[in-house]
Design a protein around this ligand. Structure first.
Ligand code: KG4
Ligand code: ZN
Length: 369
């Protein structure tokens, strides 16, 4: 089954063609991130205006894997269904993708599959990202053993799921306030990294002059930076997370350092390091707890924060140190942040076609399945 997938829930406009949920025939992402930098955050109106301009060129480019036929013919001749993110996300942005998908479905007669963006993130782990080797198309998917624990960590969500198989999901818990990505984003702003978010924090540590033991998150060490931040809810019994206290703690540290005239490159780098340590400690600890309580055989991580190298290394070292019989999966970095490839994968494994009349954008779509 070949699916044309469309994603426009935040500031990206993306389209992909995905075969049987795993094989990526094309994957195109346009982002307006650079435009938002000057405002210090995403401006919904700016995002959706950009998306309106880019949606058709992006879809056309994605369909060029079939040559240069016109859009309607290509869909009619090669595509079995159209998948589109209907939520959660920004209403103006979602509407661009949803209305475009509905129109394409109407003119081509192809079924349309509504997709939950947050649930879809985890299916980035089912994609065969090695495009050259299509014979290995199902390799990734086949290696995932169930039950699996799936951690979705994005800008707006931090959610833990029990994945009983490719289709059956059970929500275990999530953040009660800020998401992990949001904590990275707000910390980055407080530290003066603008709109760069978690990636800017990661880069600041990588490029820092901190002793090598801090650098790049390459080594797992017990040594701590001079600044200590809390690990909220790390040891409580629930599957829930809370990251808003972290932001307040950083704000307090920044103010204290400024008052002492010690807010400089070195303390900024130490704070960046400590924020990353605090967030990743909590994420790893809670996920491993879910693994043990559910006798899971695999861990899947996904979402923008899953591209964090330190997070990946901590999972691996925890699994090795504790000799856990568990397979760890994380998508290649380009498939962690928003794209349409995993939207197509989700639609294949879990999606249900609906009549285009009934499809609508749902900004606060529930993830608690
Ligand atoms: O999944 P995503 O692209 O968009 C949403 O659905 O929200 O996630 C974006 C989030 C942002 O909060 C960003 O700061 C975070 O992912 N992020 C990272 C890294 N790259 C992106 N966080 C930590 N380390 C990174 N390398
Ligand atoms: Zn996302």
């Amino acid at each position: 089954m070949t699916i044309l997938a469309i994603e426009s829930s935040c500031d990206e406009t993306a389209a992909a063609v995905i075969k049987d949920g795993t094989e990526i025939l094309s994957n195109v992402v346009a982002s307006s991130t650079a435009m938002h930098e000057k405002w210090g955050g995403i401006v919904p109106e700016v995002a959706s205006r950009e998306q309106l301009k880019t949606i058709l060129p992006v879809i056309t480019e994605a369909l060029q894997c079939y040559g240069n036929e016109d859009l309607k013919n290509t869909i009619e001749n090669h595509i079995d269904a159209i998948a589109v993110t209907v939520g959660p996300g920004l209403i103006g942005s979602l509407l661009i993708g949803v209305e475009t998908a509905k129109t394409l479905s109407f003119v081509t007669g192809k079924p349309i599959i509504p997709v939950n963006h947050v649930l879809a993130h985890m299916y980035a782990n089912f994609l065969d990202s090695n495009r050259e080797s299509s014979s290995r198309a199902t390799a990734r998917n086949n290696n995932i053993q169930f039950p699996a624990i799936s951690l979705v960590v994005s800008g707006g969500h931090t959610e833990l799921f029990l994945m009983k198989d490719e289709k059956e999901l059970q929500w275990l818990g999530g953040t009660i306030d800020d998401a992990a990505g949001e904590a990275f984003d707000k910390s980055a702003r407080l530290l003066g990294f603008g709109h760069g978010g978690g990636k800017a924090i990661e880069n600041a540590i990588k490029n820092s002059e901190l002793p090598s033991r801090f650098a790049q998150g390459k080594r797992i060490t017990n040594e701590k930076s001079h600044i200590q931040l809390p690990r909220p809810m790390m040891h409580d019994d629930s599957y829930n997370f809370s990251f808003s206290g972290l932001k307040t703690a950083i704000l307090r540290e920044v103010q204290k350092l400024k008052n002492q005239q010690k807010f400089n490159d070195s303390t900024i780098q130490q704070l960046a390091y400590e924020v990353q340590e605090a967030i990743t400690d909590v994420l790893v600890s809670k996920t491993i707890r879910a693994v043990k309580l559910n006798n899971a055989k695999s861990i899947l991580i996904s979402g923008g924060v899953a591209s964090n190298i330190r997070l990946r290394e901590k999972f691996l070292s925890e699994i090795n140190d504790k000799r856990l019989q568990i397979n760890f999966f994380c998508p290649p970095i380009e498939f962690c942040t928003d794209n349409a490839a995993y939207i197509g994968s989700y639609a294949f494994f879990r999606g249900k076609p609906e009549d285009w009349h009934t499809i609508t954008a749902i900004p606060d779509l529930n993830v608690e399945v």
